[in-house]
Design a protein around this ligand. Structure first.
Ligand code: NAD
Length: 445
């Protein structure tokens, strides 16, 4: 969430009592968890993983739901609903982001938590998968309210999180500042002698509060490494190419800035407030600064307003979805006129959208690999916290580049060996590692 959160509280602040009329009345619910399950089933078939392993991994270990009251600036009390889904800790502590968004719900957290299990396993990290969040719109509360909501939420989670048990991080609607409040809340709950051991309870912290250099751009950076790997294999020079970016928060803006340094120009961009087109290419550094100050791209002077439909039809080379799940359905996939879809967001392509992209021969760099740079650098942060070290940016960057290239190679090899697409290959590599752990350690008791 790259916007200042201060400002007057809105009377339409979301909470449990959000009127249904604010939602699209006829939109059927997208079964995100079901979609991820089907990828898992497909990958299990190609990698011949025993059925009982996929049965175990088909549901999260723990589903935690908390309700907690928060005093708003106007003196009213409001009840919030928070989630923490812990999918698997067979390889290590649960790990995954906390999302603040009006659409956060149990099934979506389950989908995102399970994706974290596949991501951590694929990247050979010593973590399992978790995800959570609060169902409210963080743009509609003041900075002070956001701090109280965060502190009360993390207090409510109590010992359900911990530096060797479950380690949250930022996701949509949360950022380094939110992690700093979360850390401070947790630290103050564990007792004075354990305070310093608590530093690794969250990652994505501000650097001065125990964060790592390179975390803020890490997801975008990892995405760019994957795009470069793909381009090299196509013998495609990225210099002079054009991109479309949907979502200009942490992932989208950092990816755009890093790609612009490689000569890729961003000719259209969109976020929750609308879409802009600039055939000459945006100055993405300036646009990023603008979004950090104003909370969205709305009102940015350089660029022409376009509709969402027009955005998807613009001819370019690379499309980076970096907003939310289920953004590329069949209509968007038919409209896209690009050579590559690089998934910065989790689950941006629906299966129907993906089928259209496949038919049209447009390759996808799948989320589980393409946006794994974030959790990889979160791991580096956690290691630094445990060792009381501070690595240089060069060290972090070098390790991340190696990790992304290595994962890309392993996925490619798996796909070739098992004759499956890149997404199923990601799940296959991840699942094979988990299956091996289960077969070696066996299932308790
Ligand atoms: P963010 O809150 O920083 O940015 C989200 C962006 O999406 C904003 O620009 C917002 O305006 C835009 N957006 C929201 N709703 C939209 C809509 N309906 N249409 C178009 N745009 C919309 O979040 P982020 O951290 O950049 O996360 C973006 C995606 O990347 C999510 O799917 C998240 O799970 C995934 N992801 C994030 C990280 C990370 O390190 N932050 C790591 C891996 C994956």
């Amino acid at each position: 969430m790259n916007e200042p959160v201060s400002g007057p509280p809105s009377s339409s602040t979301f909470d449990e009592r959000m009127p249904m009329s604010m939602k699209a009345p006829s939109a059927p619910r997208y079964d995100f968890f079901g979609v991820i399950q089907r990828y898992l089933d497909e990958a299990a078939k190609v990698s011949a993983v025993p059925e009982h392993i996929t049965t175990i991994l088909s549901q999260p270990k723990n589903e935690i739901i908390v309700h907690f009251p928060v005093r708003m600036d106007n003196g009213e009390w409001r009840l919030f609903k928070g989630y923490r889904i812990q999918h698997s800790n067979i390889i290590g502590p649960y790990k995954g982001g906390m999302r603040y968004h009006q659409d956060v719900g149990l099934d979506d957290c389950k989908a995102l938590a399970s994706m974290m299990t596949w991501k951590c396993s694929l990247m050979n990290l010593p973590f399992g998968g978790g995800k959570g969040g609060i169902k409210f719109n963080p743009r509609s509360v003041s900075r002070a309210e956001l701090a109280r909501i965060t502190r009360r939420f993390f207090h409510s989670l109590g010992s359900n999180i911990g530096p060797t048990y479950d380690i949250p991080a930022p996701d949509v609607g949360t950022n380094a500042q939110v992690m700093a409040w979360a850390l401070d809340t947790y630290m103050n709950g564990v007792g004075i002698p354990l305070k310093q051991d608590a530093l690794g309870v969250v990652t994505g912290k501000p650097v001065a509060s125990g964060g790592t250099l390179g975390r803020e751009k890490a997801t975008g950076q990892g995405l760019v490494h994957c795009i470069r790997e793909w381009a090299e294999r196509q013998r495609l020079d990225l210099q002079g190419k054009k991109m479309l970016v949907q979502g200009f928060g942490n992932v989208g803006s950092n990816a755009a800035v890093l790609l612009s340094r490689m000569g890729v120009s961003c000719i259209a961009v969109g976020d929750h407030a609308g879409y802009l087109h600039n055939p000459e290419g945006f100055n993405v550094h300036r646009l990023k600064q603008y979004v950090e100050q104003h909370g969205s791209i709305a009102g940015y002077p350089a660029g022409q307003k376009i509709s969402r439909e027009e955005f998807f039809g613009i001819s370019a080379d690379i499309f980076i979805p970096a907003a939310l799940e289920n953004q590329i359905g069949p209509a968007e996939a038919e409209a896209l006129n690009v050579q590559l879809v690089a998934e910065g967001a989790n689950g941006p392509c629906s299966p129907e959208g993906e089928a259209v992209l496949k038919r049209r021969g447009i390759p996808i760099l799948p989320d589980v690999l393409a946006n794994a740079g974030g959790v990889t650098v979160s791991y580096y942060e956690w290691v630094q916290n445990r060792r009381s070290e501070q690595w240089t940016l060069e060290e972090v960057d070098e390790k991340l580049e190696f990790a992304m290239k290595d994962a890309y190679d392993r996925v490619e090899r798996f796909g070739r060996a098992h004759n499956c697409d890149f997404r199923i290959a990601c799940y296959g590599v991840a699942l094979s590692r988990l299956a091996q752990v289960y077969s070696e350690r066996e299932i308790f008791p």
